[in-house]
Ligand binder design. Structure first.
Ligand code: MG
Length: 292
């Protein structure tokens, strides 16, 4: 149950490696701050700083035992489902398709760096993390045990990830460090320039009956869940409602064919968001404490 990547061990190296002295200067006040004194009188309510958005989301994934329980629950359910399927005689070889990031691989160290340094996500930063620090990538709770059981039961595990094909060696190294490397090169399908995974899923379906998909982003299951597939005329509220309706329409698949892992830190769900103060419009209060 120990955290494989204590932040203090690698954050300084990451910051220096990514950003040089400038970011180290940004990070310094965070670590040098002393705890604030307890207030003498009741303080007025603090306003939320938009700059800190994402903090609770990442803290939940990195500190909440509830997050860990959700992951174990997902993988326990997936295991039970495969055990049930293994009682049936297969017509064709069978496979489980798994996403990697935040499904199997835990990038908490990267998210921590972003938040501690006050930086926004960028492809350059992510590329540096993906390419240079495979040994710092963690493991999502329950993933390794599930992969082992799936293989023992005769299912082939195929990873389909939008990590870059250019950094294949680094991704394989991360998987090897965690003892869950693919059994063959063709069982790791990376991104060659198309974030849509449909073609790669179809490629797997030529050789296997795909009995299960495991992911943290709805696009790991079906590209139909992408916001780009919805009406461009929709505003944010309609987009969000329409995507929830698509999840409801696939109700029977969740926990059976589709196993989803929680990811509050990032994902397709953010696409209609990140509009600064306008994001508050997505929150609709039904209770006004000022009204009697
Ligand atoms: Mg993912």
């Amino acid at each position: 149950m120990s955290n494989p990547r204590p932040l203090g061990r690698f954050l300084p190296g990451l910051l220096l490696g990514f950003l040089g002295g400038a970011v180290a200067m940004i990070a310094l006040p965070i670590t040098a701050q002393s705890p604030p004194e307890a207030p003498q009188a009741p303080a007025p309510p603090k306003k939320e700083a938009l700059a800190h958005r994402g903090l609770d989301a990442s803290l939940w994934m990195q500190t909440a035992a509830e997050y860990r329980a959700c992951c174990l629950q997902a993988y326990n359910l997936a295991t039970l489902r495969l055990q049930k399927l293994s009682e049936e005689k297969p017509v064709r070889p069978r496979a489980v398709i798994m996403d990697l990031d935040e499904t199997v691989l835990d990038n908490a160290g990267f998210q921590a760096m972003i938040l501690r340094s006050g930086l926004a996500f960028s492809d350059d930063l992510w590329d540096a993390w993906e390419f240079k620090y495979p040994e710092l990538v963690g493991l999502i709770p329950g993933a390794r045990e599930f992969i082992g059981t799936a293989r023992e039961l005769g299912f082939t595990v195929v990873y389909i990830s939008n990590r870059s094909e250019n950094y294949r060696a680094s991704t394989v190294k991360a998987l090897k460090c965690l003892k869950i490397e693919p059994t063959k090169d063709e069982h790791l399908l990376l991104n060659k320039g198309n974030n849509d995974k449909t073609e790669r899923r179809d490629q797997v379906r030529k050789d296997f009956e795909v009995v299960m998909l495991v992911g943290d982003n709805l696009r790991d299951f079906d590209e139909d869940f992408a916001f780009s597939k919805l009406d461009k005329k929709f505003g944010p509220d309609e987009l969000i409602r329409a995507r929830k309706a698509k999840v409801d329409a696939a109700r029977d698949k969740w926990g059976r064919e589709f196993i989803i892992l929680p990811n509050s830190a990032y994902g397709e769900w953010q696409k209609p968001l990140n509009k600064a103060a306008q994001d508050y419009d997505r929150l609709v209060p039904t209770f006004d404490p000022k009204k009697k």
